[in-house]
Design a protein around this ligand. Sequence first.
Ligand code: 5AD
Ligand code: FES
Length: 346
Amino acid sequence: MNLVEELRTRRNLSDEDFLRLLKTDEYDQELFSSAVRLRQKYYGNDVYLRGLIEISSYCKNDCYYCGIRKGNRQAQRYRLSEEEILECARQGYELGFRTFVLQGGEDPWFTDERICGIVSQIKAEHPDCAVTLSLGEKERSSYQAYFDAGADRYLLRHETADPEHYSLLHPAGMSLSARKQCLWDLKEIGYQVGSGFMVGSPWQTLEHLIADIRFLQELEPDMIGIGPYINHRDTPFGGMESGSLDLCLRMLGILRHVFADALIPATTALGTIHPQGRELGLLAGANVVMPNLSPVSVRKKYELYDNKICTGEEAAECRGCLQRRVSSAGFEIVVDRGDRRKEYGL
Ligand code: 5AD
Ligand code: FES
C-alpha cells in the first residue's frame, strides 16, 4: 500500500509518514483526488457558505503576525453598530446565507451583554440560521452566556500546537495552554468548535505541522480553518516570507483524510496568495467558503495581512463571485446551515 492509500484506510499515519507526505509534491495529485472523493462521500458536491461579518478592528492583543494588533498605529479602527450588523445579516439572508460568522479583534467595547443582544436578535430574525462567533479568548462564563443567547458555533484557531513556537508568535501574557483551555471550555459548553492554524508562519517547521495534526486529533473539532501565513508590512514580522500555497494545499488534503467529515473552508488567505487559491483549496478537500458580508466601507480596515482580497468596491458582491468560482471547480453552493454531517459516519 502506498502512503496515500494507507492514509485513506487508516485515517492516520505515523509522524515519520506524515513527514514523508509533507516533504514532497510527489503524492499531491493522488492526495487531492482521494481527498475530493472522501468529501464527496459525506457532502456530495455541496459547498457551504458562511457570511463573514467583521464587527470590529479594535484588538487588545498584540500577536506579532496580525495586522490589527494593538501595537499597529497605522491600522484604521472601526466597529460596526448593532444595527449595521443586523443589516448585514438581513442582506446575507436574502443572498442565501444560513450561517453568519461574527468575527472581530478582542474588543472590550463588545461586552458580553452587547454580544448576547446581537446574537439573540439575529436568531430571533433568522431562526433557521446558525450563528458562529470568532471573537478570541474569553472567560468560560462569557462563552456560556453567548451560547445561552443562541450562538451555535465558535472559531478559535490554536495557531500552532508547539508551545515554544506559540511564544515566538505571541507576546508574553498569551500562551498555548490558555488557548487550549478556551477550546476545551467551548466544547464542554456544547458549541460546534472550529480550530486551526496558519501554514508557513515564521519559524514553523514540518514537525510543528505534525504537532498541529496531533492536537486536532485530541480536540476532534467540527471545523478546521487553515490558511497560509501572509506578511503584513506594519507588524514585527513585516520583512518575513509568506507561507506557500503548495504546502497549504497539501495540509488541506491531509486534514480531509484525518477528519473526513469535518467542515473545512477554502480561506480568504488562500485566495490572497494565489488568484485561484480557493478553487484549488476545494480541489484539495475543502468544502466551505466564507464570503465577506461586511459593509464595503470598512472592509479595507480589517486588514489582517497585506493585499487581502474582497476589500475593494468590486467586491460588493462576493456571493456571486464565489458562486462562479465554486462551480468552476465542479462544486455547488447550497442554501443550508451547513452543519457537520456526522450521521453519515462510516
Ligand atoms: N496571515 C495569515 N493569517 C493570519 N491571521 C492573522 N494574521 C494573519 C496573517 N498575517 C489568521 C489567524 C487568525 C485568523 C482570524 O486570521 O490564524 O486566527
Ligand atoms: Fe469576494 Fe470574489 S469572493 S470578490
